[in-house]
Ligand binder design. Structure first.
Ligand code: ADP
Ligand code: MN
Length: 256
């Protein structure tokens, strides 16, 4: 893919491919023993053969680049258990039928497990509904394994970092609306954190990522989350020469 990237430092930081020892040390520090055990088992099974470095360190999770025994590229997302982030997660779990059985949200470790499973199940729904997203491989404990999207070990850029012509941005705006429509109508999901930060630009198309907080459309706050997604998308594409729909028209198109 011949994607033009703004060459600022933030972009470079997002696209590091780590092969050297110092990076391995950083990887080690964030992994507690429970996660190491889990990874060890995955190595034994051949699901993982190497972990080559960190793609992203975020507030909620770190993402690592790995390969399976048969050389398939994998992204490993490891969720944080910090108190600060798990308080915020509750409102995305409470209020929908899929998580009625979850009672112990006050235990950060259990909460993170639910969070990883939630992202896995949401990625499955996207796959089944025909929305481009990383194919989920497995979730367990604090981690999620999914298809890595990128080329030659370099993660695909976020949509915010892709340099787009006006005509390309018009095409992507339509693509984005179609994605939101499909998510709602085919997958019965509202992303709830959709923006240029949680879409990758890969081979000329948009890929949806980061769906741990995505809710079923019957969730009691789904409409509020959807309105917010519509807002973010509209604000992003307004920066280009795109004739965007009104917020209400977009919202109605998706929900009617
Ligand atoms: P968070 O925002 O909670 O840290 P994300 O799921 O958005 O977690 O992932 C963080 C970053 O990791 C993304 O912005 C993207 O750059 C990278 N990333 C996540 N999943 C993949 C993937 N499957 N393939 C390539 N890069 C990925
Ligand atoms: Mn994200």
């Amino acid at each position: 893919a011949n994607v033009l990237i703004e060459s600022d430092k933030r972009v470079d930081k997002d696209r590091i491919r780590m092969k050297d020892k110092s990076d391995h040390a950083t990887t080690e520090n964030v992994l507690d023993s429970r996660i190491k055990n889990k990874l060890h088992k995955l190595f034994e099974k051949g699901i993982l053969a190497e972990i080559n470095g960190c793609i992203s360190t975020g507030k909620e999770a770190n993402v690592y680049y790995a390969k399976s025994k048969n050389k398939a590229e994998i992204a490993i997302k490891i969720y944080r258990t910090s108190i600060l982030t798990f308080k915020n997660r509750e409102k995305y779990i409470r209020g929908e039928y899929r998580f009625d059985h979850v009672h112990s949200l006050s235990n950060p470790r259990k909460m993170v497990k639910v969070w990883a499973e939630k992202e896995f199940s949401n990625l499955k729904r996207l796959e089944q509904g025909g929305v481009r997203a990383p194919r989920p491989i497995l979730s367990g404990g604090h981690l999620l394994l999914m298809e890595f999207l990128g080329s030659d070990g370099w993660a695909a850029p976020k949509l915010k970092d892709a340099v787009l012509t006006d005509s390309k941005s018009r095409i992507l705006y339509r693509e984005c609306i179609e994605i939101m429509w499909k998510m709602y109508n085919k997958c019965r999901l509202v992303h709830a954190d959709l923006s240029e930060y949680n879409m990758l630009y890969h081979n000329g198309s948009i890929i949806v990522i980061d769906v741990s907080q995505a809710v079923d459309r019957d969730h009691c706050n789904a409409m509020e989350f959807l309105r917010n997604d519509c807002n973010n998308i509209t604000a992003f594409f307004k920066k280009y020469d795109v004739g965007v729909m009104s917020l209400q028209a977009l919202f109605d198109f998706i929900t009617d």
